[in-house]
Design a protein. Structure first.
Lengths: 229, 307
């Protein structure tokens, strides 16, 4: 439930859905996100520049020349966004992943820490229906959840300076996919050859907040011969 | 014959920018766009362009460009030191904030910004830039934008759309804002900081460090003590947010900021003071002043009148 709306500076607002990080909370955020996106596309409200969902908040940025925060706050308070049905807006994506040891940099450490076998870790990961909580930090990078409790693990003490594009990492109950080569502290368990981001495509990001991701195992050979559309 | 500027020296951080790329932050794409909106708009106005026409933004040292082709009406906005080297060998001291005509073989040498960081270079009719998702802004870290999303580099050719039509030079009065007070509204996690730190934040000076670029501005000064939690659940970021990581040193998030972040935010710079902020050079000492929404909105109305 929407708990509170606050100003962020003079051209932003934060819609806060509470402190809990759960699919239930995030689904409420995504409903408001979808509602704002539709309202912008159908020109029901003017001046909105960006709307960014995260685990438990939706941040809206607007053009102060066109609209003031009070108008947007009233527009949201008067709306019925919680009645939106998410399945009509969101999709399920099959995500190829290769767990070969060349790419699963942290799997040995995870085996030790979680006392689970490699096979068990992979099976848990493959059998999870991941929900896309949010996309961001850098273009197209998804934050997925929820991993089973027995796989929950902290971030690396010392982040890696360089993580290859396509690396799949886990931290706590979340899973992410690096869409650009970057530094990072997530436990890397595999690699996807699928391109998650292409600015030249109509839908630049393969995934959207609220989508579902199911991983599918590839051999190293299949990974190397994989062709993106 | 197609006309272009040849890049003989790229400058430190020269990128094409416009007002920004909007509506995509939920996919991790930050708006980017010009750092100093007023100067950017002025550079377009000086050559008679629409304000959404992409301009070349430069920082500290700008590029050295040689025109190859038809004469062009151009302008440089900002507190900028530059010269024009004529094909004849003559050198002319350039006048910023005033449009001028350059001819085939002329070189424009943008030497430096003076007591400021950013300046803009525009041409009548606009540069021939690839528009991506409605914008010609460049986000270097994700390689999004014209010039394949890169900064200018040596030997690049910058093509422009129209040749020069009629003589129509203009001047805009430039105002150098030496005031170092930046107005700030309370951030979402203002209450995470001790009373003492809240007071320090609005009374002590903070020094701009050289770890400052289009993504963010790192400051040094009295450390801010977080008494609640050093991390928050990652949430969407707004330009001008002042986040305080575990080390207690503020980072102000600027135009190319990450789209989400997990550090508590003590404040947000108001829109009317953003241009002034981004022009502060390393080692400048700035002070923050707490304002509320009413003051921020009226400051914005005043800011808009400058355009």
């Amino acid at each position: 439930m929407l708990k509170k709306i606050s100003n962020i500076g003079d051209c932003g607002i934060a819609c806060d859905f509470g402190d809990e990080v759960s699919k239930k909370t995030n689904k409420e955020v995504i409903k408001l996100f979808n509602f704002i996106q539709d309202s912008v596309n159908n020109k029901k409200i003017k001046g909105i520049l960006n709307y960014t969902p995260s685990y438990n908040k939706l941040i809206i940025n607007f053009d102060l020349e066109e609209v003031r925060s009070q108008e947007i706050i009233e527009f949201i308070k008067d709306s019925d966004f919680s009645k939106i049905i998410l399945s009509e807006k969101n999709k399920t994506v099959e995500m190829p992943i290769c767990y070969d040891e060349e790419f699963a940099l942290d799997i040995k450490r995870l085996e030790e820490k979680t006392k689970l076998s490699f096979k068990k870790i992979v099976n848990e990961h493959l059998n999870t229906d991941f929900f896309v909580y949010m996309i961001g930090f850098v273009p197209g990078q998804p934050f997925l959840g929820d991993l089973n409790k027995n796989l929950n693990h902290d971030r690396l003490d010392t982040p890696r300076v360089k993580i290859d594009k396509g690396s799949v990492g886990i931290v706590e109950k979340f899973c992410t996919i690096y869409t650009f080569e970057s530094p990072g502290g997530w436990n890397i368990i595999g690699r996807t050859p699928l391109n998650l981001f292409n600015i030249d495509k109509k839908n630049s990001s393969l995934l959207s907040p609220g989508d579902t991701v199911k991983f599918k195992s590839l051999t190293k050979k299949e990974l190397l011969s994989f062709k993106n559309e | 014959m197609s006309s272009f500027f040849k890049v003989l020296r790229p400058g430190i951080n020269s990128t094409f920018q416009d007002l920004g790329r909007f509506g995509l932050q939920h996919l991790g794409i930050v708006a980017s766009g010009c750092m100093d909106r007023l100067l950017y708009c002025n550079s377009n106005k000086l050559v008679g362009n629409n304000i959404s026409e992409g301009a070349l933004e430069f920082a500290y040292q700008g590029p050295l460009l040689e025109l190859s082709g038809e004469k062009a009406l151009v302008a440089i906005s900002g507190n900028v030191n530059f010269k024009i080297q004529k094909k004849s060998g003559q050198t002319i001291v350039g006048k910023p904030n005033e449009s001028f005509i350059v001819f085939n073989g002329d070189k424009i040498d943008i030497l430096s910004t003076v007591k400021s960081v950013y300046g803009y270079f525009s041409i009548f009719g606009g540069f021939d830039l690839k528009i991506i998702k409605g914008s010609s802004s460049t986000l270097v870290k994700a390689k999004i934008g014209p010039n394949d999303g890169n900064k200018l580099k040596i030997e690049d050719k910058i093509f422009y759309k129209k040749s020069y039509s009629k003589e129509n030079t203009k001047k805009i009065k430039f105002f150098f804002d030496s005031d170092n007070t930046i107005r700030v509204m309370k951030g979402l996690q203002f209450d995470y900081f001790s009373k003492k730190s809240q007071e320090n934040f609005f009374s002590k000076e903070y020094k701009v460090t050289n770890l400052t670029d289009r993504m963010g501005m790192r400051l040094e000064g009295e450390k801010l003590e977080n008494i609640v939690s050093k991390n928050i659940k990652s949430e969407g970021i707004t330009k001008g947010s002042i986040q305080i990581p575990g080390d207690g040193k503020p980072i102000i998030l600027l135009s190319d900021h990450p789209t989400i972040g997990g550090y508590p935010k003590i404040g947000n710079v108001i829109t009317a003071d953003y241009d002034k902020l981004v022009q502060k050079t390393p080692n400048t000492k700035i002070k923050f002043k707490l304002v509320d929404l009413t003051i921020a909105e009226s400051a914005f109305r005043e800011y808009v009148r400058k355009f």
